[in-house]
Design a protein around this ligand. Structure first.
Ligand code: 5GP
Length: 189
């Protein structure tokens, strides 16, 4: 998506060699028209996969997940972050390290909203080390649902997440791929 590359160049801020601040387009403010364009693109790529549910992580995945689910005509489920690990037989829990916050959080999806009847498209904003995505994949596996693949807005290919997940045979569709943030430059693949 050329328009997305342009927005990243104009509105992204390089915080370090690892982290790009995207508050203006993904993490603090969203442009609804632009988010719908991204949702349309993910829906186009997965339209023949008989998706029954879109799964994402709160909070930054919700807008793109919503747009994608709307285009596919299916429900959006978002994993919720919990401060304390509660035991609840009606939900799937996973412990996930947070890339940006440097802490571990527990994520939860109710068993009501994911099950063996589902074919799931996993949507997220950015993939770095892949911990968030792996946590969600484990939840999908435990629910018995089928994983169609991942839709990621920005893949940072200089970090290992997307590569290691593809090595498991899982499909990942990224809208843009950033191969380096070195020398205070955003370099796309
Ligand atoms: P991972 O679990 O793949 O290491 O990190 C994924 C999550 O961390 C994403 O959902 C995203 O919210 C956040 N994240 C990772 N890298 C970046 C980054 O460079 N910029 C921003 N704004 N968020 C990031």
């Amino acid at each position: 998506m050329e328009s997305l590359k342009q927005r990243i160049l104009e509105e992204g801020t390089i915080l370090s060699k690892q982290v790009l601040r995207l508050d203006a387009i993904l993490n603090h403010q969203v442009d609804p028209h632009f988010i719908m364009e991204m949702g349309k693109e993910f829906a186009r790529r997965y339209k023949s996969d008989n998706i029954t549910r879109v799964l994402t992580m709160e909070s930054s995945g919700i807008s793109i997940g919503f747009a994608t689910a709307y285009e596919l005509g299916v429900p959006l489920v978002f994993a919720r972050r919990k401060k304390t690990l509660t035991t609840d037989g009606d939900a799937y829990f996973e412990r996930v390290p947070s890339f940006t916050k440097g802490i571990v959080t527990d994520i939860m999806v109710s068993k009501k909203f994911l099950g063996t009847r589902d074919k799931v498209l996993l949507i997220d904003d950015i993939i770095a080390n892949g911990d968030a995505a792996r946590g969600l994949i484990r939840i999908i596996e435990r629910s018995g649902a089928d994983l169609a693949g991942l839709g990621i807005v920005i893949e940072k290919s200089f970090q290992a997440g997307a590569r290691t997940i593809r090595e498991l045979g899982i499909r990942i569709e990224s809208l843009v791929t950033i191969k380096s943030l070195d020398n205070e430059q955003i370099e796309f693949e």
